[in-house]
Design a binder for this molecule. Structure first.
Ligand code: GAL
Ligand code: ZN
Length: 668
């Protein structure tokens, strides 16, 4: 079941167990009045649902589900495995996770569980089997969420003996023999050869240095373990209730588990969207691009519409707080989720909690329970956008450009960032942001995706390269695609070993029409780049490029390689291959996107900085979302054939306002 098959647009995350029963009726009535159609519950309620081993107390949850149903509200239930209760920990303290120093993480927060531990799996099997069996026949329960934000657990998952043993099994399956492991991990270096798999360890803290091939496999293993942990529960839920959907609340670019592979196992993906941040920088218009990217990425996990399972509903914060959302901002953020492909938006949380770690992660209702500004603003949003979301269900942006996203590349740069400030996601974002500023829709795709669906493929940091991927890029350009490759392409093989058969960028040299015999890590400096007589900046890295056939677009303007190419383009077959030898500053990235536009990549509309335009397309119908992320009135000129979806066409957009337009394409 995909989410476009569900007629649900708005919901809330609800924790009835945090409040006296006498309040539930008021909550349900206020929800109904707000337009809430669904709640998610129970993903942290293990101690109240199984207070003692095998003694299940599902009655209160039955009552809450029934009460909400009387108000027309349906339920998604979560399994509570991100917070095993104290009695389980007392019985089996060994299920608490171990950090890289071999120390246990203890009870008292959440995520105090090891995901490979066999004893914990038995607790989970008992609970989930009873839980799924009990709620399977309840027609008001429409779907499940396994655990909560899988991968949001520990710094680097768990290093306990159980996980270590699972790692060894994973390696046995991958390499077959210990000789093969030695070869692929390069254990000749520093005398790391193994004579038996039993000698291999989880990469705990070492005295000095670590093996990059071991670390890469460890990260892949951790992702696989989380996927298997999910499947373990999902199979129990599916078997008990084949008619209910399974989704999961992902966290944008969080990297612990491959969301592409997780998405494959779900009916649809969900995402938790907190523009106000998780104690990161404060909320302001400048995060609009990062928010947009996370939404596009979640859509990319299945190339389908999705749900927001937690959408910010007020001030965020645990020990320290973020800013209060300004009038209009909550609705703007929710509309941005819809603008990028959300079919339903569930707000976190219904009411600010009086107790526990998240007392200051505010809900729609304040602590007092008396409806205030968030309730009013979200109510207005629901009344306006409910009919819109119903129409756009399943509609997608129809992007002509895609960014290839790879967890393996990210892992490899986590392990060896090269430059202290280089991160994979930030580098990818230099491209995304420039496209975002021009309102050019873009999809995130995995390497396995069919490239031929796109006219433009941007593949940043293709550092780990292997023959099949190389062939895909080659074929894509040969058949007429526009491919953008970057610094650090073709450096290593899939085992994190440097490739030595040819100068960089290896097998794609002829496609790009160049070689990279040298490079320079820009420590505490940047490099000038000249393009058409203007000066820009490259950061963190310079590839020293020797064209064999490529035409320089821009050259370095400083350093000992001044005058040599920094960005190039090469005709290969029917297509074009670009190479970007540095991390582009925003102005340089803008200039680069200008080049793409001049080669036929069309923006949806031209708007002032801070005003975003997106598109959703279904059949011959298109919806355009125009979002003012700034606190100022903005003036926009939109294509005259766009028809206002509601209200009047206007060229002045008040602070944080969202306008929606439609367009019908002539039938061919
Ligand atoms: C999410 C999580 C919720 C809640 C929220 C606020 O990441 O799924 O359970 O913790 O953040 O911190
Ligand atoms: Zn473990």
């Amino acid at each position: 079941m995909e989410c476009r098959e569900l007629d649900i647009q708005f919901g809330v995350d609800y924790y009835p167990e945090h409040w006296p029963r006498e309040r539930w009726e008021t909550d349900a009535r206020l929800m109904e009045e707000l337009g809430v159609q669904v709640v998610r519950m129970a993903e942290f309620s293990w101690s109240r649902l199984e207070p003692e081993k095998g003694r299940f107390r599902f009655g209160w949850l039955d009552d809450a589900i029934a009460l909400l149903a009387r108000h027309g509200i349906r339920t998604v239930l979560g399994t509570p495995t991100a917070a095993p209760p104290a009695w389980i920990i007392a019985e089996n303290p060994e299920i608490q996770p171990m950090d890289a120093n071999g120390l246990r993480r203890h009870f008292g927060g959440r995520h105090h569980d090891c995901q490979s531990n066999a004893v914990y799996r038995e607790h989970i099997r008992r609970y989930v089997t009873a839980f799924a069996g009990h709620f399977a026949k309840n027609p008001n329960v429409i779907g499940w969420q396994v655990d909560n934000e899988l991968g949001n657990s520990h710094g680097d998952l768990c290093f306990c003996p159980s996980c270590e043993e699972r790692f060894r099994q994973w390696l046995r399956e991958k390499y077959g023999t210990v000789e093969s492991l030695n070869e692929h991990w390069g254990t000749v270096f520093w005398s790391q050869d193994y004579s038996d798999f039993s000698q291999v360890t989880a990469p705990r803290a070492t005295a000095a240095g670590q093996n990059p091939s071991q670390l890469l496999d460890w990260k892949r293993f951790c992702s696989d373990l989380v996927l298997e942990f999910h499947q373990f529960q999902a199979e129990i839920l599916r078997a008990a209730a084949p008619d209910k959907f399974i989704t999961h609340n992902m966290m944008g670019f969080s990297e612990k588990v491959s969301y592409f592979q997780l998405g494959d196992k779900l009916d649809f993906s969900s995402h938790d969207q907190y523009p106000g941040g998780h104690f990161r920088e404060g909320q302001n218009e400048l995060r609009a691009d990062a928010q947009a990217a996370e939404l596009d990425f979640i859509r990319g996990t299945r190339q389908k519409s999705f749900w927001i399972m937690e959408q910010q509903s007020s001030i965020t914060g645990w020990e320290v707080l973020g800013r209060a959302p300004k009038p209009g901002q909550l609705a703007l953020w929710a509309m941005q989720s819809a603008a990028h492909g959300a079919d339903a938006i569930v707000f976190f949380r219904w009411r600010s909690c009086a107790v526990g770690t998240e007392q200051y992660w505010h809900g729609i209702l304040p602590h007092s329970g008396v409806p205030g500004r968030s309730y009013r603003e979200i109510g207005q949003l629901i009344r306006r956008a409910g009919p819109l979301l119903r129409q756009v269900r399943g509609a997608l942006p129809q992007s002509r450009a895609a960014i290839v996203f790879s967890y393996d590349q990210e892992y490899a740069f986590d392990i060896q960032p090269h430059h202290p400030q280089l991160t994979y996601v930030d580098h990818v974002m230099t491209y995304y942001r420039a496209l975002f500023r021009r309102n050019i829709p873009v999809d995130f795709i995995r390497e396995e995706e069919d490239f031929s669906r796109y006219q433009w493929i941007i593949a940043p940091l293709q550092y780990l390269m292997y023959p099949e991927l190389e062939q895909k890029y080659r074929d894509y350009v040969r058949r007429g695609g526009n491919l953008v490759l970057t610094m650090r392409t073709g450096v290593k093989d899939a085992y994190n070993r440097c490739m030595c058969q040819a100068p960089l960028p290896g097998g794609l040299s002829d496609v790009l029409g160049l070689q990279v015999p040298e490079y320079d890590c820009l420590r505490e400096t940047s490099v000038e780049i000249q393009w058409d007589g203007r000066t820009y900046t490259g950061e963190k890295w310079s590839d020293l490029i020797e064209p064999t056939a490529a035409r320089p677009l821009a050259v370095y303007g400083s350093e000992f390689y001044a005058g040599t190419p920094a960005l190039t383009v090469n005709r290969f077959g029917e297509g074009r291959a670009y190479y970007v030898g540095t991390e582009m500053s925003p102005a340089l990235a803008d200039r680069f996107v200008e080049e793409m536009v001049s080669q036929g990549l069309e923006p949806l509309a031209s708007t002032p900085l801070g005003v975003e335009v997106t598109r959703r397309v279904s059949g011959n119908r298109r919806w355009y979302f125009v979002l003012n992320h700034t606190g100022q009135t903005q003036y926009v000129t939109l294509p005259p054939h766009w028809i206002p979806w509601d209200g009047q066409r206007r060229s002045t957009l008040p602070p944080f306002a969202v306008d929606v337009y439609t367009e019908e394409e002539e039938e061919a």
